[in-house]
Ligand binder design. Structure first.
Ligand code: T5A
Ligand code: NA
Length: 209
């Protein structure tokens, strides 16, 4: 095991804000600079819970809102030990969505009893990120990036509610990034933030839970 840990760096935001694009670019750039980094994403559709989540998102199965929320959380819990091992071993994890999407999407449904406080409970105890980059894009600009896909939450009403929920969850430590710019310009800002998080992790700042 190396002496210093890796950083946990997240991308969050509503659909089509460019999370996957920036996460991929960041991992590639970090690797080119000799930083050990891996690209992670949630949901991880390859695990047992991930297969159920995938079927739900593609509307091939129906699951109660509470149950699917807990499955999304379980999908993170089942990878917690591996995540902690990698970080402790010095690998930086760049993660495309995490608990914050989990809470924003379920709470945005407005189902009675499933408010933000309820949504957060099963996430408590998962590793806390060193940086959260929230990619901000208006619904109109997101719409210009192509039509909606086929998946369950890809409707205008849901996306509006999700964006509002993310905005109400925003905390001062989040890095809010204007996502309505060229990929290369965003990437430079993203890299600065990630390198800062990696430095803090290296200098021994403990990983929160
Ligand atoms: N969910 C997820 C829950 O309900 N609970 C949970 O706990 C979790 C983890 C998963 C779904 O599950 C929900 C949320 C989601 O509904 P997903 O697989 O993450 O969904 O979603 P995707 O459809 O893969 O991704 P998104 O729609 O969110 O898009 P991204 O990743 O934000 O955007 P990206 O990078 O794919 O880019 C979208 C398009 O824009 C272009 C790209 O080329 C692409 O065409 N683009 C740009 N265009 C112009 N300028 C830029 N700067 C651009 N950057 C990208
Ligand atoms: Na994506």
């Amino acid at each position: 095991m190396s002496a210093s840990r890796g950083a946990l760096v997240l991308f969050e935001g509503a659909d089509r804000c460019g999370k996957s694009t920036q996460a991929r670019r960041l991992v590639k750039t970090l690797e080119q600079r000799g930083v050990r980094a891996e690209l992670w994403r949630y949901p991880d559709r390859t695990t047992k819970t991930g297969e159920m989540i995938d079927a739900y998102l593609r509307s091939e199965s129906d699951t109660a809102d509470a149950a699917i929320h807990l499955l999304f959380a379980a999908n993170r819990w089942e990878k917690k030990a591996l995540m902690e091992r990698k970080l402790a071993d010095g690998v930086t994890l760049v993660c495309d969505r995490y608990s914050y999407s989990g809470c924003a999407f379920t709470a945005a449904k407005g189902v009675e009893g499933l408010d933000l406080t309820w949504c957060k409970a099963p996430e408590v105890g998962l590793p806390r990120p060193d940086a959260l980059m929230y990619l901000e894009l208006s619904l109109e600009d997101a719409a210009r990036r192509g039509g909606f896909g086929e998946e369950r939450y890809e409707t205008t009403e849901m996306q509006r509610a999700v964006k509002e929920m993310f905005e109400s969850m925003r905390e001062p430590w989040w890095d809010v990034i204007d996502a309505n710019r060229d990929e290369e310009v965003i990437e430079r800002e993203v890299l600065e933030i990630a390198l800062g998080a990696i430095e803090r992790a290296k200098s021994g700042e403990p990983l929160g839970t």
